[in-house]
Design a protein. Structure first.
Length: 227
């Protein structure tokens, strides 16, 4: 049974993670943990414990005497994260196709419509979060909570630790079309086709992100600035 203190730390941890996913703080920036502590009316100890937990999950980096920062994702990390997605998501969606309901299709279609509207707007974490929900809503039907947890953590890393302000506006429209094809295969309960389309979708996303990281390598964050 959780103690009140553990409940408090868990709540603080969840609130800070939500803040990171929805904020305008990007790689290289320091997290205003003192200000967050005041807003959440929490003491230093549980706040620090929550921040250290986020650091262990690689969403933040802690530098002695300096505080907590959002680290820029590296080319190698991004490559490995997309490769991991490519192993898990096609497998889960193939299983999910057999358990898909009309109600679930309607839910995912609603997210797809949200994504379509946002595709014409500048890049934002809000749209990336809709993309994350699109994937997780489908994949949860695959019935493996541990694999779903891994995919969720991968999305969080890619959302928080990528610089998105300079990204090309073309990819969202292509992603929307890829999502549409995946949805069509799910409507037909065609797990094999859905798996193939998901693998291709992640492959295209991987290329887009890695190409962008290479192109902007000279602008990537040097961790030495935190020393």
């Amino acid at each position: 049974m959780k103690t009140k203190n553990k409940d408090s730390i868990e709540s603080i941890y969840c609130n800070i993670k939500t803040f990171l996913l929805n904020s305008d703080i990007y790689p290289g920036q320091k997290i205003p943990h003192a200000e967050l502590g005041k807003k959440m009316a929490t003491s230093f100890s549980p706040l620090r414990e929550a921040f250290m937990r986020l650091s262990s999950e690689r969403l933040l980096i802690h530098k002695n005497q300096r505080g907590f920062f959002v680290p820029q994702i590296s080319y190698e990390e991004a490559r490995d994260l997309y490769d991991t997605r490519m192993l898990i998501e096609p497998y889960l969606i193939k299983k999910a196709a057999g358990f898909t309901t009309d109600e679930k299709i309607d839910t995912v279609m609603g997210l797809q419509n949200q994504y379509k509207e946002m595709a014409f707007e500048p890049y934002s974490r809000k749209r990336l979060l809709v993309d994350k929900r699109f994937h997780l809503e489908i994949l949860e039907l695959g019935g493996n909570k541990e694999l779903l947890r891994i995919v969720d953590s991968i999305f969080n890393l890619l959302i928080v630790r990528r610089t998105i302000l300079h990204l090309s506006p073309d990819r969202p429209h292509k992603a929307y079309n890829e999502h549409s094809k995946i949805l069509e295969s799910l409507k037909k309960r065609d797990g094999k086709k859905a798996s193939q389309l998901m693998k291709e979708h992640i492959k295209f996303a991987k290329k887009f992100v890695l190409d962008d990281l290479l192109k902007n390598k000279q602008n990537s964050i040097d961790y030495n600035i935190f020393e």
